[in-house]
Write a protein that binds this ligand. Sequence first.
Ligand SMILES: *Cc1c(COP(=O)(O)O)cnc(C)c1O
Length: 450
Amino acid sequence: MILGKTLESWYASYPLIRDLVALQETTWFNPAVAPVAESIGDVGLTAADVADASARLTRFASYLRRAFPETECSGGIIESDILPVPHLQQLLGERYGQALQGALWLKRDSHLPISGSIKARGGIYEVLKHAEDLALAANLLTLDDDYAVLDSDKARAFFGQYKIAVGSTGNLGMSIGIMGAALGFQVTVHMSADARQWKKDKLRSHGVTVIEYSSDYSVAVSQGRQQAESDPACHFVDDENSVNLFLGYSVAAERLKKQLAAAGITVDAQHPLFVYLPCGVGGAPGGVAFGLKLAFGDAVHCIFAEPTHSPCMMLGVYTGLHDEVSVQDFGIDNVTAADGLAVGRASGFVGKAMQRLLDGFYTVSDEEMYSLLALMERSEGVRLEPSALAGVPGIARVQADQQGYLARARLDRQAIVQATHLVWATGGNMVPCDEMEAYLAKGRELLAKG
Ligand SMILES: *Cc1c(COP(=O)(O)O)cnc(C)c1O
């Protein structure tokens, strides 16, 4: 019995669960998706909240360019570029035996400064927000000050009285840890068993306390939450529920809008934008998707990608049970090489808030992510970590269109030819060379097998 029903009766009401349980690659387009004008209110946050987050990041720019010189060239703004990937598109078409229409692009959050993953958006934003709140309350700072003053021994001594804790599979811990430590906070990262050794080593080298668990992400998070609750000086970054993380991610969209315009790319009903977002607990892709829907309205189609072994968001939204159900409830093991995506239970906040805004969900096998990792390197020379490849098959899933999504979305042939498909590459730049070589070797071997 699973949540009071037999497996057979789950299959009868939700036939795709059978494919998820069999670890088959699965695609589901959300029939409940509604026009943005109707559904954006579900989120409980507005464009003003995103603008507030954006303004906060601008206030911190002078601090960031001082504390992290690698952000100097972007004026202290943590942003990544977009890149057309036509060679990859060609090889993908051959791999999937499909002519792929439109233009395929890559969003390189893999190369974000400071922590080399999409977590450099939300994770760093939440630390900065917390630091600002504390500093303003203590009259250490005013909103009109040059925030570069925070790169000082006085500020670090002040923040040193406070603690930050977070549970993570790796990348969130890296962002929170590196940023928090730079400001002077005492940071503790509770790492799940699947976290890479090099990420733990790197954090310790920054003076971060790393506590290791032999269990998965959910346990690391709840341990972190428990430890923080008993300590009023400790701020817990709640990856499963944090509105601040979500808002930090959402700022990406307005910046993307400028990048697309600068590249001469139109986005409107006849030139739709498809965005493929790797999903773990859901905060990062959810926040980005929220920003995208605000920025582009119904012209943007947001599709989440998960490992076949960790399809928590698809399961949660598909069944409407959200965080009341975990993949483990169905015997799915949540074991995957895709670092940030090894999450068995989705954020309840994101799933509920976004259930009428997200256009589709699909799963990808680990073998496919490795193969695509090698294919990406061969075709475009871009090196990514396995999770960052989850968005790559999206263009083919949409165009295979098993469930009539394109017709439902009123996309005619012309619009499909004129579409832009953006793969959100969420991590990889900080992977050590030997580790990257091992990923590539594994991917090339799988590619050679076909
Ligand atoms: C965390 C992460 C994601 C997904 O973010 P969630 O907020 O957990 O959904 C995707 N890719 C990478 C590389 C990540 O680290």
